[in-house]
Design a protein around this ligand. Structure first.
Ligand code: DC
Length: 431
């Protein structure tokens, strides 16, 4: 069996190592810090008197070197380099050797060879984009430059130094700049990487979240029932043939693990159009009343619809959706709670935030336009567009205020997707 690969990327000091080490330890996966390899190359070059600018000599040197990742850190030719590479100078030199494309290619092929055993957690800058673009799960860890600087400051203080806060922030910004602006493999978030912002959460929570996503993503993938696959294929075929239909951002959908897709709602066509566009089976959250008619109820149930209850039952109303997410599946939800044909976005209900907090599932915003004018779309007068956004982490707690604010934040992201659509394609022509 192919080992499970978790790719963790992000800027310096955001908490990649803590998360990667923690997840690997919990799940018995191999942990590889790819940054240690760049640092190791710099160290070896300095020891051997090779210039950091001399790419071909660096490549030759690496060809004769042996990197061995262990739970206690990286070995180079059988000897631990951890004590020598964790200095600011080594980091600086590493970021200079990391600029060479051929050297990077050599290191990348070594990095790929570490995908063995039950699983691999690799952290770095280009793991989800270049080293393992097909990773089973990708996480992009970030935190504000201030928060990262503060951690570094406290770290140095604990070591007995008396550092200057401002210059630490400045150094972090400078390093971010170099890592993001370089031509070869710059630090960018892979489209389908879940954003894990550690500005306001602690290390235990980081590890717990990532480990849960991995555990659920490791389950057997749900291929959907036959009825679902048929219905979904039919809806897509119909849309592609008869409608002026466009889907963008499919590459941003994580392929495994729990996922809530949150979309605005303007037509009863939205569930089949959005659902069938998503490249993995999704369950739909539908109002309980829709199940009252036995025939229609049976139909939508076979098409992965799960009833949601309101009023006195509201607390347990999302249980069906929780079950799907807790088995690592995907759920499509309309945070506005009801259809709004006018096309304007309405304030969300708290449900999306509650569901995300309760199951600790990432949320992917999505935006649909034009589906409220199906007939005109058949006449090619109005395009129907679906745009998927990027996955974000759940709210940090299930508290009322927090889940409400989170739901609003998701709605705002949907608004941004819509503005973006308009900017790129112009407002739908209404003839
Ligand atoms: O994560 P770190 O600070 O140990 O990384 C040291 C340098 O190596 C950093 O400036 C960026 C570079 N690096 C890289 O270019 N690609 C990676 N996959 C990992 C690190």
């Amino acid at each position: 069996m192919r080992p499970f690969v978790l790719a963790i990327d992000g800027p310096a000091g955001a908490g990649k190592s803590t998360t990667a080490r923690g997840v690997a330890g919990r799940l018995g996966f191999l942990h590889v810090d790819s940054g240690a390899m760049y640092r190791g190359v710099a160290l070896l070059a300095l020891r051997r008197g090779i210039s950091l600018a001399d790419e071909s000599s660096l490549v030759k040197m690496v060809a004769g070197a042996r990197f061995t990742p262990t739970p206690d850190g990286m070995l180079l030719d059988g000897v631990s380099i951890e004590d020598s590479i964790r200095t600011a100078e080594a980091g600086e030199s590493a970021s200079r050797v990391a600029l060479h494309p051929k050297l990077r290619r050599t290191l990348v092929s070594i990095q790929r060879s570490f995908a063995q055993g039950p699983g691999l957690v690799m952290e770095g800058r280009d793991i989800g984009t270049v080293v393992f673009p097909d990773a089973d799960l990708k996480i992009f860890i970030s935190a504000s430059a201030e928060a990262r600087a503060e951690r570094r400051y406290l770290e140095l203080r604990a070591k007995g130094a008396n550092p200057d806060r401002d210059s630490i922030v400045e150094a972090i910004r400078e390093r971010d700049r170099r890592d993001t602006e370089r031509e070869t493999s710059p630090l960018v978030r892979a489209p389908d990487a879940i954003l894990l912002d550690t500005t306001r959460i602690g290390p235990e929570e980081q590890v717990a979240l990532a480990a849960r996503w991995v555990e659920l993503a490791r389950g057997r993938p749900d291929r959907g029932t036959l009825v679902y696959r048929f219905g979904s294929g039919f809806a897509q075929a119909f849309a592609r043939v008869f409608l002026d239909f466009h889907v963008e951002g499919l590459e941003r959908i994580p392929r495994k693990g729990p996922l809530i897709v949150a979309c605005n709602h303007i037509s009863f066509w939205d569930p089949p159009l959005v659902g069938s566009s998503i490249t993995r089976p999704v369950a739909f959250v539908a109002k309980a009343e829709l199940f009252d008619n036995p025939l229609f109820g049976a139909l939508i149930r076979s098409y992965n619809a799960i009833p949601i209850h309101r009023g006195p039952q509201a607390r347990t109303g999302l249980r069906g959706a929780e079950e799907v997410l807790s088995a690592g599946g995907a759920v499509l939800i309309f945070p506005e709670g009801t259809r709004n044909k006018s096309g304007t976005l309405m304030p969300p209900r708290a449900g999306v935030g509650r569901l995300s907090a309760a199951t600790r599932s990432p949320v992917l915003p999505a935006c649909i336009t034009g589906s409220n004018q199906i007939r005109r779309s058949m006449l090619r007068q109005v395009p129907i567009r679906i745009t998927f956004g990027s996955p974000v982490m759940p709210p940090s707690s299930g508290q009322r205020e927090e889940v409400r604010a989170f739901a609003q934040q998701i709605m705002d992201m949907i608004g941004v997707l819509r503005e973006d659509q308009e900017k790129r394609h112009g407002r739908d022509r209404r003839r």
